[in-house]
Design a protein around this ligand. Structure first.
Ligand SMILES: Cc1cc2nc3c(=O)[nH]c(=O)nc-3n(C[C@H](O)[C@H](O)[C@H](O)COP(=O)(O)OP(=O)(O)OC[C@H]3O[C@@H](n4cnc5c(N)ncnc54)[C@H](O)[C@@H]3O)c2cc1C
Length: 507
């Protein structure tokens, strides 16, 4: 059995197949396992590549426990929105959210109650497998976007943004997705694994190739090994060809590379229908991030904004909200970048072991478009000389802006690392550096219930990873894990191919 990619989805599938007694070979082009969920060292600090926590903890706990029987300890992450002169805690169940928001928007009390009642009803309908979408609140929820729904309901534009994006943006998604996200962040909570993301990946690696799994050499992970082609003949998978030309046979292959990497790069288009190929080409993904990881001197910063929060969704009070950034420009103005919504995380509050004593770790993130940064890359992993200085200008501007939240930040920095969409693509391994899978925009055909996208038109070939569901209603890590579990099950059952592509595609 071959698995292309040692991300969360690939490792979950591999570990379950090893447990079922299959011989499994996991191949990853990166020198480390974990895909986007890996962490790395910089001068004594441990910085995250991607995830800083996850929702739907039951899925993660259940999957990990089925691998090695051990529990996973979690600590809750507290989110707040600080923007537009408001300070709103959002990691509270719906009744408390209603109370907090009515304090801030007393004249919209009925609207706020109605909104959360609707969110609750939509979530229950989505969780009921027998619910007919045509004859329930789901039908109505699918017929209008979150923007249309909220425009008719809310008077204050700030409240519209908070309710419609769980942040500071205008509503952009469908109502089912918005309900699922409110349910995730407020009712279920977002959690940090004690021991860090590293411990999560280590447990899966151990289950694949550790001592217990490997008494009979069942599982092996080969890092620094790029798959160049998936071999197929007469609609059936035969194995893979590596970058160095080596051929490896296998009657079943699971790809943990995402859909675009898999069907546009690893598989010859003649092996799938035109409809399938076109759909993968056209499908939109979520945008990427610009990310700053900072190791700072704890004595030099004022962290009082984080007294009751671990993560702050921040936007400058006087930010110009009318204009979008022109990402097609040669360079974007740093001032425009810092007027976007920023997510500022005090990661060291969740995990003291990530940095030396007397230090803190702060992660700043904001949306960024991959195509803008790709012009700085002449070839894979190479950059033109101007790139470094440009990246630094953007980074410095973000730090200066975040001084509004964390006075003293600029002068207290000991170590700084900046990641762009190119980093998430090359180090994390995902096309376009996309953060959250398929597009969340209402217009891009989002679903009312996530559909499993594990099977493919090729016999013996399956998908695992965050794009192997049509929507991330559970959040990134649990979706990737659950897809890995389903892919392993499909292999063991010998599930046959599918004809129609089900990924969300813009019409
Ligand atoms: C900036 C950022 C922040 C995020 N924050 C969160 C968060 O807070 N919470 C959350 O739940 N999720 C978050 N996510 C999403 C989360 O990272 C993913 O959902 C999850 O880690 C994805 O796992 P995956 O199984 O899809 O594999 P990926 O992480 O995409 O890994 C795929 C692997 O396949 C390998 N690969 C690809 N092609 C080949 C090839 N040809 N040959 C060999 N190997 C190959 C890659 O090297 C990579 O290791 C974030 C993502 C990003 C980018």
């Amino acid at each position: 059995m071959i698995i292309v990619g040692a991300g969360v989805g690939g490792l979950t599938a591999a570990a379950l197949l090893v447990k079922a007694g299959c011989r499994v070979l996991v191949l990853d082009r990166n020198p480390h396992p974990g895909g986007t969920a890996y962490v790395y060292k910089r001068k004594g600090f441990t910085f995250p590549m991607g995830p800083l926590g996850f929702g739907t903890p039951s899925v993660v706990i259940k999957n990990l426990q089925s691998l090695d029987g051990e529990d996973l300890k979690l600590s809750p992450i507290q989110y707040r929105i600080k923007a537009f002169d408001l300070d709103i805690p959002i990691s509270h169940p719906f009744p408390k959210m209603i109370e907090e928001l009515i304090k801030l928007f007393p004249t919209e009390d009925e609207t706020i109650k109605n909104f959360f009642r609707n969110m609750e009803e939509i979530v229950s309908a989505m969780n009921d497998p027998d619910m007919d979408p045509n004859h329930s609140i789901l039908g109505k929820a699918m017929s209008e976007s979150a923007m249309e729904y909220l425009s008719g309901l809310v008077k204050d534009w700030r409240l519209r943004r908070v309710l419609g994006s769980i942040g500071t943006q205008e509503p952009y998604s469908s109502l089912p997705l918005l309900s699922a996200m409110w349910n995730l962040i407020s009712n279920q909570g977002i959690w940090y694994p004690v021991g860090g993301m590293r411990s999560l990946c280590d447990r899966m690696v151990q289950a694949v190739s550790g001592h217990r799994a490997n008494r009979d050499k069942f599982g092996e992970i080969k890092l620094g090994t790029e798959v160049e082609e998936v071999r197929i003949e007469r609609g059936r998978v035969l194995g893979v060809i590596l970058r160095n030309g080596a051929k490896i046979d296998s009657a079943a292959v699971i790809s943990n590379a995402d859909y675009k990497n898999t069907f546009l790069k690893l598989i010859d288009s003649k092996f799938v229908s035109d409809e399938w190929y076109r759909a993968v080409m056209r499908a939109r993904q979520t945008s990427s991030n610009l990310q700053l990881c900072l190791g700072v001197d704890a004595n030099g910063v004022d962290l009082s904004s984080f007294k009751e929060a671990d993560r702050i969704i921040y936007r400058r009070n006087q930010a110009d909200l009318s204009g979008q950034i022109d990402w097609s420009a040669e360079e974007i103005h740093p001032e425009a970048l810092v007027c976007q919504e920023l997510e500022v995380s005090l990661l060291s509050k969740n995990d003291r072991k990530l940095g030396p004593e007397g230090t803190e770790i702060i992660v700043i993130r904001t949306e960024a478009e991959h195509f803008h940064f790709s012009r700085f890359r002449p070839t894979w992993r190479k950059r033109i000389p101007e790139y470094q200085a440009y990246k630094m200008r953007l980074g410095r501007a973000l730090i200066q802006e975040v001084e509004n939240l964390i006075p003293g930040l600029g002068r207290a920095i000991l170590v700084m690392d900046i990641a762009t969409p190119l980093t998430f693509e090359e180090q994390g391994g995902r096309s376009g550096g996309a953060v959250a899978g398929w597009s969340w925009n209402y217009e891009d055909g989002s679903d009312y219930r996530p559909r499993e996208l594990v099977r493919t038109p090729i016999q013996g070939f399956y998908m695992a990873g965050y794009q192997a569901f049509s929507a991330l209603f559970m959040g990134g890590i649990p979706t990737a894990m659950e897809s890995g579990r389903r892919a392993a099950r499909a292999v063991l059952q010998g599930d046959g191919p599918v004809e129609n592509i089900m990924i969300p595609v813009t019409e």
